[in-house]
Design a binder for this molecule. Structure first.
Ligand code: GBH
Length: 449
């Protein structure tokens, strides 16, 4: 597997709440994930991110490990409540200093920093004022983005506004699986709009000739389980909520009319048409977080589908079905070709827009052998297969500029706590010891070749 062009970016990714720990250090304010994780019943095994990987103190070791693998880029996220503890108002210099040290350590190791401004840790005080259901949050996000970019753009040249706004809106305010854990029905669509507006305002505020700015989404191919009209309509609705609701405003300057209609939100959205030119401000790139495709059906009778925002009008009578493919520990089907289809979906809308795979990876129940090895054959295979598709996509001529593995290290997997491991590097949570898994050793050889 050779033939990647010079300059193709190889990296690995993490996110602040999943790895940092140190939740009350150096003036960090509380985020919705602190509150949610400390609410009984929300997280598997009652876990939380108070300590996580202690990356806040061990980032230098982690960046050295990343560089030793031959990776040249680190995608991390910046915790808004470290920079602006109460969500609005004055910046906290100690918070900005942490990310400066982190970025400088990257550069000292020959690693290019890629920063995401929002990977889900909204300051709790902004949630108390309405969270993403209110417009003000979008404006506060712009202010935070402007402050952070002004403070760090000499060392961080590549920026992403949001990570997976689908999750923030539909898991956060739709089915309640993620913080803040609200089930607001069609109002989750208001969260979509405020997130997209926040993206556009932030992008305009930080655009500069010295830095690039994009967004990381979680689009995926959506298939109908059968040719029946009902299943095909389910696929249309799922594709609308998952893909078009985000790609259309960004790339076409309009929301998909069928989704607004399905959810009864046409009139609400009509009030804010003037925001669309802001939301569709030109992007430097789109990042794709790809894990698996989705196959849906419209069963008879009431359903509650894991992974679909089932409380949301428009997704009733819609269920994700098993098509018999092998699955990772998350239950997500393995279909490497879906990565190509996803990139192509975006490329069809925006033929010259640079793309990155900003996340791709798999969870498996790793075991450490007596002599300290982690033989994660399945993760290695997942990685090999998806890198082969990545290579084909580049060869085909799509403007794909880089690939980031999810994740550099095992970490706090949201509502799954520490029970799901996505890392190339194993973490022993009782000692914080890091160990390269076989998949990491394979990647190191691959990158060397
Ligand atoms: C990403 O979310 C996150 O950015 C990252 O923080 C996280 O740790 C990582 O992935 C692993 O979960 O309806 O059956 O098709 C990915 C979240 C997972 C959301 C797949 C959509 C669809 C499942 N996505 N999910 S299904």
């Amino acid at each position: 597997m050779t033939n990647f062009p010079d300059g193709f970016v190889w990296g690995a990714a993490t996110a602040s709440y999943q790895v940092e720990g140190a939740v009350s250090e150096d003036g960090r304010g509380p985020s919705i994930w602190d509150t949610f994780a400390h609410t009984p019943g929300r997280i598997a095994d009652g876990e939380n991110g108070d300590v996580a990987d202690d990356h806040y103190h061990r980032y230098a070791e982690d960046i050295r490990l990343l560089a030793d693998l031959g990776l040249k880029a680190y995608r991390f996220s910046i915790a808004w409540p470290r920079v602006i503890p109460m969500g609005s108002g004055a910046a906290n210099p100690a918070g900005l200093d942490f990310y400066r040290r982190l970025a400088e350590t990257c550069l000292e190791n020959g690693v290019t920093p890629y920063a995401t401004l929002y990977h889900w840790d909204l300051p709790q005080s902004l949630e108390d004022a309405g969270g993403w259901l209110v417009r003000d949050t979008a404006e506060r996000f712009r202010d935070y983005a402007a402050i952070t970019h002004a403070a760090l753009s000499d060392v961080v040249k590549h920026w992403m506004t949001l990570n997976e706004p689908w999750c923030s809106a539909f898991l956060g305010y739709g089915n309640g699986e993620h913080a803040p854990g609200r089930t607001e029905g069609a109002d989750a669509l208001k969260a979509v709009h405020h997130l997209m507006l926040g993206h556009g305002l932030a992008l305009q505020a930080i655009r500069s000739p010295e830095t690039t700015v994009g967004i990381a989404l979680n689009p995926a191919p959506v298939h109908a389980a059968s040719d029946s009209e009902a299943d095909r309509d389910a696929a249309r609705r799922a594709d609308g909520l998952r893909n078009r609701m985000f790609l259309d405003p960004l790339l076409l300057g309009k929301y998909p009319a069928d989704v607004l209609e399905d959810t009864g939100m046409t009139e609400w959205f009509a009030q804010y048409e003037a925001d669309l030119p802001v939301i569709s401000s030109p992007l430097d790139f789109i990042g794709v977080n790809y894990y698996c495709p989705q196959t849906v059906a419209a069963p008879d009778g009431p359903i509650s589908a894991p992974g679909t925002p089932s409380t949301l009008p428009g997704s009733e009578n819609l269920v994700t079905v098993d098509t018999g493919l092998d699955k990772t520990q998350m239950g997500w089907p393995i279909e490497p070709g879906g990565l190509r289809d996803t990139l192509k979906m975006i490329n069809d809308l925006a033929p010259t827009l640079p793309l990155y795979v900003t996340e791709n990876g798999s969870a498996y129940p790793d075991e450490v052998t007596a002599d300290g090895r982690i033989e994660d054959t399945e993760r290695q295979q997942y990685l090999e297969q998806h890198l082969e598709v990545t290579r084909q996509v580049v060869e085909e001529g799509l403007p794909l500029k880089g690939y980031f593995a999810w994740s550099l290290i095992d970490n706090f997997e949201w509502s799954w706590g520490f029970s799901r491991r996505f890392g190339l590097i194993h973490v022993d949570y009782s000692t914080q010891e890091r160990k390269l898994k076989n998949s990491a050793l394979w990647l190191r050889d691959f990158l060397e070749a």
